[in-house]
Write a protein of this length. Structure first.
Length: 306
């Protein structure tokens, strides 16, 4: 639903007639033109409308965003990551209207770039010759796009979340320097901050896989400043898990492995079996052979709407 469709939907749920929406502010005809898209909706009028509907702007946005193209893409994309052997889901993903496979990346909209880059980077490793990876021209464009601005929004962090694993170390360092720390955090949505956190989670894992434990600890310290411990227990556990792995190799003390295993048990206890199994496999591989992932080049894949 669009914002106007969402307004109409909520108005009808509350059994409010158009003529009764903004009496004394807009005539029946004037309001009808706004709801039907024939007249511009001004910000002050929008505030009057949401007050009349007795909802918050956040609630209205959620109604409007649930069925937009980018969220529809995210839903299908996550399904494809979870079940890459499902031909029906893969076909649906590769035929998504945001995936412009025959379009130059420099001519794409931001949402098209997000879809294109996510599919190219993540799905090229999960499907059988159906998707080719991002090429150097496309990677360089993404870096150039990020470094050409000073403010980063939700879609910027979403783009980098799904491409950071295919960039060179130099490109990755440049991206992190530009995008972090996140500015104006008090005015950011939880989703934006979560995407930013997951970008750091990815580069932390990559640093550990590349045996660069000092860099991993530096990124962990940066990520810790973003966490609200009253609400982000999952994020805190991810960080503590990775911190203990990095410290195990930095300080050469196996006590940190035991702490990491305790975190895995807590993760399993609270019902997140999938994350627990993933951490367990990773930890076993790293403790058996520290450069296990350095040799295989298998980097983390994260569902983008977590």
């Amino acid at each position: 639903m669009s914002y106007l469709e969402s307004i109409k939907h909520i108005r009808e749920l509350r059994n409010i007639q158009q003529k009764d929406m903004l009496p004394g502010v807009l005539s029946h005809s004037g309001y009808s033109k706004i709801e039907n898209g024939k007249s511009t909706l001004k910000l002050d009028t929008l505030q009057e409308i949401i007050d009349r509907l007795n909802i918050s702007l956040e609630e209205l946005s959620l109604y409007a965003e649930n069925n937009n193209l980018i969220n529809n893409f995210i839903k299908i994309f996550n399904s494809a990551i979870t079940d890459p052997e499902n031909e029906m889901i893969i076909t649906k993903l590769l035929n998504h209207p945001l995936y412009k496979v025959n379009k130059d990346i420099k001519t794409m909209s931001q949402k098209e770039v997000i879809a294109y880059a996510a599919i190219k980077n993540i799905m090229s490793g999960l499907t059988k010759n159906k998707v080719t990876p991002l090429n150097n021209y496309e990677k360089e464009y993404i870096v150039e796009y990020i470094t050409s601005t000073n403010f980063y929004g939700q879609y910027d962090y979403l783009l980098i979340l799904n491409t950071i694993t295919c960039l060179t170390e130099e490109q990755s360092n440049i991206i992190i320097r530009h995008m972090f720390p996140v500015t104006d955090t008090k005015n950011r949505t939880a989703k934006t901050l979560n995407y930013a956190f997951l970008v750091l989670s990815n580069v932390i894992t990559i640093a550990i896989y590349n045996l660069d434990y000092k860099k991993a600890i530096d990124y962990i310290s940066l990520a810790e400043t973003m966490i609200d411990t009253s609400t982000s227990y999952h994020s805190r556990m991810i960080l503590e898990y990775h911190k203990n792995i990095a410290l195990r190799f930095l300080k050469k003390d196996t006590i940190y492995i035991e702490k990491a295993r305790q975190i895995i048990q807590i993760t399993r206890f609270i019902g997140d079996e999938k994350t627990a199994r993933s951490f367990e496999t990773e930890l076993n591989n790293l403790t058996t052979k520290a450069d296990y992932y350095l040799e295989t080049h298998k980097y983390p894949t994260i569902l983008v709407n977590k």
